[in-house]
Design a protein around this ligand. Structure first.
Ligand SMILES: Nc1ncnc2c1ncn2[C@@H]1O[C@H](COP(=O)(O)OP(=O)(O)O)[C@@H](O)[C@H]1O
Ligand SMILES: [Mg+2]
Length: 344
């Protein structure tokens, strides 16, 4: 069964799509594994959060394992006075979440029953992180049985930016410094490996005329070596802690194909492939050979070298070390990468 999830997640996670209707597994937060029914969420549907705030679904996005609903607050539903009293009460109760009262929100949920416990695992990991380079989890709500992880709404993903290349690679690399600093801190503090570094999982916004990128999607993070103080999961088996085998081919380091264990160097590999894409516009693979074969054999490396010939040596040298087929030859931390990104 694990193998089945592997295959489908690899293919499905390749890109997110916009769809007009979603069938979502409905479950109760307390009884997360049982008694599912399916509901259909359609565009323009209204959802009321925490009794007072009614949002309209303005977009339905589909990722590999989850759905993301983009939500817009309907003006007439604003209740500032009530909000005040709730804020007061929530601080009294020492509720740790920031209240999701914003005119635009995004809500992540799951597609199917088997993914519900994985979603709970993801939220558990996500809750630990607070960093300007990471998409914050604002609150988890239960809307008539539909469990939503609320976050701010962003303008799109780095993939969207790469598809309409109006932004220079220098500006993209500069914006990458903050989420990479976040990855470095998360690794240093908690030993968490993200395992799904790719353009779809970096969201963007423009703030004060500046492009900002934020890292998201902790769905297949490796927490095997993690020291997360409040992390709880029903899924304690080794395979699920490491989420070995899951991933997105073009970004998966060679060692992840034959070992469930991945460490910081697997994320550094994925980041290197992504930086290659930012700088050259394409991934370093031959189109006439299967991807996994090229990754496992290391044959992509020569292509990468030729693609980076005209890129400044400091940058091309760094990227080539990050995507080196041999784990030993890759950087073991983000220091040098950050130094270069911050320079842009
Ligand atoms: N907060 C958000 N604002 C705008 N778009 C988002 C937001 N979160 C996710 N998305 C979009 O939805 C897609 C799927 O979300 P993601 O969390 O990556 O789910 P999955 O785990 O299924 O990959 C992302 O690739 C991105 O394009
Ligand atoms: Mg994703």
């Amino acid at each position: 069964m694990f193998c089945g999830i592997f295959i489908s997640s690899v293919f499905l996670k390749f890109c997110s799509q916009r769809v007009a209707r979603l069938n979502i597994a409905l479950g109760s937060a307390k009884n997360i594994n049982n008694n599912f029914v399916w509901i259909t969420v359609v565009l323009r549907e209204r959802l009321t959060i925490d009794h007072f705030y009614t949002y309209e679904v303005t977009e339905l996005l589909e990722g590999g394992m989850g759905y993301v609903l983009l939500l817009s607050l309907i003006d007439s539903a604003r209740k500032p006075d009530l909000m005040e009293s709730i804020l007061q009460r929530s601080s009294e109760l020492k509720v740790r979440f920031r209240y999701p009262y914003r005119s635009l929100l995004a809500a992540k949920t799951v597609k199917e029953q088997r993914a519900m416990s994985l979603f709970a695992r993801e939220c558990n990991i996500w809750l630990e992180f607070e960093h300007p380079g990471i998409v914050p989890l604002l609150k988890i709500v239960d809307v008539s049985g539909l469990i939503l992880a609320l976050m701010p709404q962003y303008s799109g993903s780095l993939r969207d930016l790469l598809l309409q290349p109006k932004v220079s690679y220098r500006n993209l690399l500069k914006a990458l410094a903050e989420p990479v600093a976040a990855l470095a801190e998360i690794y240093k503090r908690y030993k968490v490996v993200h395992q799904d570094i790719k353009p779809e999982n970096f969201l963007y916004e423009r703030k004060d005329g500046r492009l900002k990128l934020l890292l998201s999607d902790w769905g297949i993070a490796n927490v095997q070596a993690a020291q997360l103080p409040n992390f709880k999961s029903e899924l304690s088996q080794f395979a699920l802690n490491t989420m070995g085998g899951f991933g997105t081919f073009p970004y998966m380091a060679p060692e992840r194909f034959y070992s469930y264990i991945s460490d910081i160097k697997a994320d550094i590999f994925s980041l290197g492939i992504m930086m290659m894409e930012i700088v050259t516009g394409t991934q370093p693979y031959y189109t006439d050979q299967p991807l996994e074969q090229q990754i496992i054999s290391g044959s992509y490396y020569e292509k990468a070298e030729s693609m980076l010939l005209h890129i400044p040596q400091q940058l091309s040298g760094l990227i080539l070390s990050m995507i080196h087929p041999s784990v030993r030859n890759r950087p073991g931390n983000y220091k040098g990468i950050l130094k270069l990104l911050q320079y842009f």
